[in-house]
Design a protein around this ligand. Structure first.
Ligand code: CMX
Length: 435
């Protein structure tokens, strides 16, 4: 058993009595109330999920296992020639709550290396898609094809104890997490860079370096990949992708079904697809300006025109955050260091000076500040990944880390099948005294 799996098992054993006690002795304790606007308005803010993997504070942003993003980037082990930590270290942290040593990360890198073999039928499924298909649809189908490999399913058919569900789920989740970057890079090369051919990962390299290699990229794209996967990993449990993954897994559907569903949720323009929308929208502005750098006034007008035509400003606003997203700031710092003169980055920076005031004057968005997606497409574009349909695939690979960690813990703690109650509009009208 690897050090990670052993440590995870010990954490699970230590945690189980806490959940059992809460259920048994405090099951009737009231935590929250629900209003009509929350019921109609997408269940905003209702405290009804539990996760220990990450917590999103509206003013501070995301914490992974109690660590802010700057702390995560500072504390996790890095390769000698890297600015960004190993993604495998984050996997260890999310699962156990502990910052791993370099040796422990090496063990995870080795474990991932051993789990990378992808059955040929998965490549066939990908190849069968027409080239106009969206890469997120292909990614989802490829993960679905892999479902045949589920260890959990085999063990479940054999009749295992509930207490052991986490073990085969861990095996499935680790297998899938090790394979996701290969599938993503294969989709990229098939759709956009057939001249790269099928690039297999190099043994011994970590996930970030291998991803850069498979994408046909030079340094520092290995660090871009590590940064990208780490910042997108988790955003507590209520967002569409994380919640979908959890919901589907709550039916004891295996991680392949749950991850494919998570990918489908992420593919919406109000969620993960916003990163490609930002670029499309910015390039619309550049086109309108005929190559000239827009003034602040011209930019303001473009923002207002977008709002007045009934569209949202992509990359701005958030359902929970009420300040600039630290995931935006991490990428901005990277840009300031590596590409300060890039025209697209400068446009994004200027937008930051204009959009919040306009959104405040517009008076609708509760959060006028930028989110993760306002910046991420620009970084990819700069390094030559210009096919922006692909950006959400990168988000999905990162999000796999959080969603899969959560599902392992869901199984370990025996979280129940999700089944909230719905009402009819008649019933709501009766409850508020309209009938
Ligand atoms: N531009 C214009 N209007 C916006 C807005 C924006 N960026 N953000 C919110 N609003 C509007 C909403 O559409 C809503 O309008 P209606 O009352 O007409 O429906 C109103 O302001 C209130 O919305 P809210 O409570 O502030 O935000 P929500 O929780 O409803 O929505 C989000 C959150 C992210 C979907 C929304 O801010 C948005 O559409 N942003 C643009 C898309 C985007 O960047 N998405 C990426 C999110 C990041 C992630 O995936 O994690």
């Amino acid at each position: 058993m690897t050090t990670l799996k052993k440590s995870l098992y010990e954490k699970i054993e230590a945690h189980r009595p806490r959940t059992a006690k809460l259920m048994k002795e405090y099951g009737d304790h009231v935590i929250d109330q629900v209003t009509v606007s929350q019921i109609i308005g997408g269940m905003r803010g209702i405290k009804s999920l539990v996760t220990d993997i990450s917590y999103l504070d509206p003013m501070e942003g995301i914490r992974y296992r109690g660590y802010t993003l700057p702390e995560v980037f500072e504390k996790l082990p890095k390769a000698a020639d890297a600015e960004m930590p190993y993604v495998e270290g984050l996997w260890y942290l999310l699962l156990t709550g502990e910052i791993p040593s370099s040796e422990q990360v090496d063990e995870v890198i080795c474990d991932f290396n051993n789990r990378r073999t992808i059955p040929h039928y998965v490549w066939d499924v990908i190849d069968a898609f027409p080239s106009e298909s969206h890469p997120m649809a292909i990614l989802s189908a490829a993960v679905m094809a892999l479902e045949r490999e589920s260890v959990f399913n085999i063990r479940y058919q054999q009749g295992i104890s509930k207490m052991d569900y986490w073990d085969s789920t861990y095996e499935d989740a680790t297998n899938l997490m090790a394979k996701l970057p290969l599938i993503g890079a294969y989709i990229y090369n098939k759709l956009y860079k057939p001249e790269h051919g099928h690039r297999y990962p190099k043994p011994g390299m970590d996930l970030g370096a291998n991803f850069a290699y498979m994408m046909g990229q030079e340094k520092p794209y290995d660090d871009v990949s590590r940064m990208y996967f780490i910042i997108h990993a988790d955003h507590e449990s209520g967002n569409v992708s994380a919640h979908t993954g959890h919901l589907v897994a709550s039916a004891l559907s295996d991680v392949y079904y749950a991850t494919s569903a998570m990918i489908n949720g992420l593919a919406g323009p109000l969620h993960g697809l916003a990163n490609q929308e930002v670029l499309r929208w910015l390039q619309g502005l550049q086109e309108q300006m005929g190559g000239k750098v827009p003034t602040a006034e011209e930019m303001k007008q473009y923002v207002w025109d977008t709002l007045n035509s009934g569209q949202v400003i992509p990359g701005y606003g958030h359902a929970v955050l009420r300040k600039t997203d630290p995931r935006y700031s991490v990428q901005r710092d990277f840009c300031l260091k590596h590409m300060p003169e890039d025209p697209l980055f400068q446009l994004v920076s200027r937008l930051y000076e204009v959009v919040p005031d306009v959104l405040l004057a517009h008076g609708k968005a509760k959060n006028p500040w930028p989110n993760v997606d306002a910046q991420s497409g620009v970084v990819q574009w700069f390094y030559g990944v210009k096919e922006y349909d692909f950006y959400t695939v990168l988000f999905a690979i990162g999000r796999g880390l959080g969603v899969l960690s959560n599902i392992i813990w869901d199984r370990a703690l025996g979280y129940a099948l999700e089944r909230p109650k719905s009402l009819t509009t008649d019933m709501l009208e009766e409850k508020v005294g309209l009938k």
